[in-house]
Ligand binder design. Structure first.
Ligand code: AMP
Length: 105
């Protein structure tokens, strides 16, 4: 079954999309934990960071480059935090890799 993020990527359910490129989408978290709370999501559905393979290295670096671009575009590039949860014990709820980008600006 497709993850909730794949459904957003495929426009089956709505989301506040901040940025999109061929392999990544950035949306606003539906339950923000900071003034700005974004999710940087690879379009490839990978359940957890433990499931990445060597071929995903460019995709993983693209997630960081997307963070750099979006924070610059939003003017929050001098004050933000990135977080990636792995497995339920550390808070992962959606099993489709995503990086939280949080800023109080
Ligand atoms: P995690 O706990 O690391 O798996 O984070 C999952 C995040 O996805 C949570 O912060 C949720 O608030 C967020 N989330 C879940 N469903 C949606 C949705 N439909 N649109 C935007 N964010 C969502």
């Amino acid at each position: 079954m497709a993850s909730i993020f794949t459904k957003i990527i495929q426009r089956e359910i709505p989301a506040d999309i901040v940025y999109e490129q061929d392999n990544i989408i950035v949306i606003r978290d539906i339950n923000p934990q900071a003034k700005t709370h974004l999710l940087i999501i690879p379009k490839k559905e990978i359940p957890t960071l433990n499931d990445i393979v060597d071929d995903d290295s460019e995709l993983m670096s693209d997630m960081f480059l997307a963070a750099k671009k979006v924070t610059k575009d939003l003017g929050i590039d001098e004050w933000y935090s990135l977080r990636l949860n792995v497995w339920e014990k550390w808070g992962q709820e959606v099993f489709h890799i995503h990086m939280h980008l949080l800023s109080d600006i």
